[in-house]
Write a protein that binds this ligand. Structure first.
Ligand code: R5P
Length: 303
């Protein structure tokens, strides 16, 4: 039997110290439950308030995308440099070592391939499996203005209900249909709809004109989608401009894994996002790391 604990005089109750009640660091997330906030704090760095997510979920509608043919060879070495991985449960289970201990943003919608109408998606994961996989968030595509707009919005709201039940945040991904104009007016509409209907954070594209109005009018964190591969310096400029205009990080895929030096590139992106380096400073880092790697490979080949 435990000894009775009656030594009141030897205890310190700090009677003059008020209990701390710190607001949660992420925009629009203060009223969320502990599990939800904990998961978001794994994705977004509490130090910088930002994230560098590595998106490798492309295969869910377009198969073995260039750079993702062998995720074990090309992507696993990048994992240490990412704050979170966005991917499907198939690749997660088959390829990603559980010892990576990286937050997972699980692709939770799907259905059509690139050969069909992409907006015709459905929820592709049961909540129980998301819990079993210990994911930190679930991602769903929202096709505002496309043929299956309502269905995709309904996918979002159903996932939000499930996420709320289990404490798993939902990422609303604004997919710009073929006939949509990718401008600030459209993205304001799409991001705001995602947030109004319960998305805990939103992923959207950068636009040159008025991106700050997209982030300002979205009440939850916005992360920038990478988009098609451009030159490394240009991709760093995009990440810089987006974070300067209110994005709380990036969810970048092709501009990292299709780079000629993916490890150097993801570290350069981190410099922009977390350390607020200019694109030129980050590009210098990219070039230095790329050269170091080339030198290391060359000397390993000589041995
Ligand atoms: C968006 O539709 C999917 O999540 C993509 O697979 C991902 O966002 C693409 O990333 P990126 O455009 O940076 O290659």
């Amino acid at each position: 039997m435990a000894e009775a604990d009656n030594s009141r005089e030897t205890k310190e109750f700090y009677l003059d110290v008020p209990w701390k009640a710190e607001p949660f660091f992420l925009k629009g997330s203060n009223a969320l439950g502990w599990g939800m906030q904990d998961r978001l704090a794994r994705i977004f760095s509490p130090r910088s308030g930002r994230t560098v997510m590595l998106a490798i979920d492309h295969g869910y509608f377009q198969g073995p995308t260039s750079g993702l043919e062998r995720v074990d060879v090309n992507i696993v070495p990048l994992i240490p440099f990412a704050d979170a991985l966005m991917l499907t449960r198939g690749i997660l289970r088959a390829v990603i070592p559980p010892t990576s201990v990286k937050p997972i943003v699980l692709r939770a919608s799907g259905g059509p391939s690139i050969l069909k109408e992409l907006s015709n998606e459905q929820i592709a994961v049961e909540a129980e499996d998301a819990v079993r996989l210990n994911v930190s968030a679930m991602a769903v595509q929202v096709y505002i203005g496309s043929e299956f707009e309502t269905q995709s919005v309904h996918n979002l709201t159903r996932l939000v209900d499930v996420g709320n039940r289990f404490g798993i945040p939902v990422l609303g991904v604004t997919a710009v249909g073929r006939n949509m104009t990718r401008d600030a007016k459209y993205l304001r509409l799409a991001c705001r709809i995602c947030a109004e209907l319960g998305a805990h954070f939103v992923k959207t594209y950068f636009v040159e004109e008025g991106f700050d109005s997209v982030t300002a009018s979205c009440p939850v964190p916005v992360v920038m989608a990478g988009g098609k591969k451009v030159a490394e310096l240009d991709a760093l400029k995009l990440a810089y401009a987006a974070t300067q205009q209110g994005a709380l990080g990036v969810d970048m895929g092709r501009n990292i894994f299709q780079s000629d030096a993916p490890q150097a590139m993801i570290q350069a992106v981190r410099q922009v996002v977390h350390e607020k380096a200019t694109p030129e400073q980050a590009f210098d880092l990219y070039r230095t790391l790329k050269q170091e790697r080339l030198t290391a490979v060359a000397s390993a080949q000589k041995v």
